[in-house]
Write a protein that binds this ligand. Structure first.
Ligand code: ATR
Length: 262
């Protein structure tokens, strides 16, 4: 039986096993997908297990998307550009890191039918997934990208990868923006709230990468703006990981949406 893993810390909340095991069953694959909470010191050993064939593929989540890179033999172009890896696979004896978050995000944006080209984006947060969001928005010819993070230095560090971004102090917002994306973990807990006043906003796209239900960030804006949570990005990035490992795209059907929403 082929073994796949998602690794992170924390990992309890991850829905990836439900999703991938659903697909393995639907496509009669003799494979199992598990979640594993790991510490930094275990990363090298896990990559050796991919090299030896004990593990067929790994998804990587917070906080290891960048720190895993030093143990890999090769990176895809997108993983290189974003310095972020969420999918690990073996090819020609080499352990490779790829990033499917970008494609997942772009596909989810296409679903919204919100035009991105020439617009201004405001990104909240500068964590592990933020480089993928910036890269994706650039690929869709966004105009300006503003980034604001509680720890300003982390936002400043993103300029090494993307010199064109503009950094704002935490709590401030740009004068003009059309799409705002929450990449922070604020909203995971029920009473979490981002303390920025958006009450004057109309017809903007409020996108929260958190995929469990609707956060306050979305609920408070949904009457006068477009809103989207992270579920479709989550499904699309997983679909791309699965395709990277198995060589074909698994189906996304209503039953799957139902399974993940409950
Ligand atoms: P990591 O930073 O380890 O990659 P992450 O979950 O990808 O982890 O990122 C967490 C993001 O949520 C960060 O942007 C973090 O801001 P800091 O860099 O200042 O830590 C942000 N975040 C988490 N809790 C927050 C809070 N209470 N208020 C504002 N931002 C918060």
């Amino acid at each position: 039986m082929e073994k796949y893993l998602v690794i992170g810390n924390p990992i309890k909340h991850s829905l990836s096993p439900i999703l991938h095991n659903y697909w393995f069953k639907a496509h009669n694959e003799d494979a199992i997908y598990e979640k594993k909470k790991v510490e930094e010191v275990e990363l090298e050993g896990l990559i050796s297990n991919v090299k030896s064939g004990k593990i067929s593929g790994i998804n990587v989540t917070v906080p290891f998307k960048n720190s895993i890179i030093k143990y890999l033999d090769k990176l895809s172009i997108i993983a290189e550009k974003t310095q972020s890896v969420n999918t690990i696979f073996k090819t020609d004896g080499k352990v490779c890191g790829h990033n499917t978050d970008c494609e997942g995000f772009v596909l989810s944006l296409i679903q919204t039918k919100f035009k991105i080209e020439g617009k201004n984006a405001f990104i909240l947060g500068a964590g592990g997934v933020t480089p993928s969001i910036i890269y994706s928005l650039k690929s869709k010819s966004i105009s300006e990208i503003y980034v604001s993070n509680r720890t300003k230095q982390k936002a400043e560090n993103l300029k090494k990868l993307f010199p064109e971004i503009k950094i704002l102090d935490w709590g401030k917002r740009p004068k003009k923006f059309d799409i705002i994306i929450n990449t922070t973990s604020v909203g995971l807990k029920e009473n979490d709230k981002i303390e920025i006043d958006f009450s004057d906003c109309r017809d903007k796209l409020f996108y929260d990468l958190i995929y469990s239900g609707k956060t306050k960030f979305l609920k408070e804006r949904e009457l006068s703006n477009y809103t989207k949570n992270g579920m479709s990005m989550f499904i699309f990035q997983a679909q791309k990981s699965y395709e990277t490992w198995l060589g074909y795209k698994p189906h996304v059907d209503d039953k799957l949406w139902e399974l993940l929403s409950n």
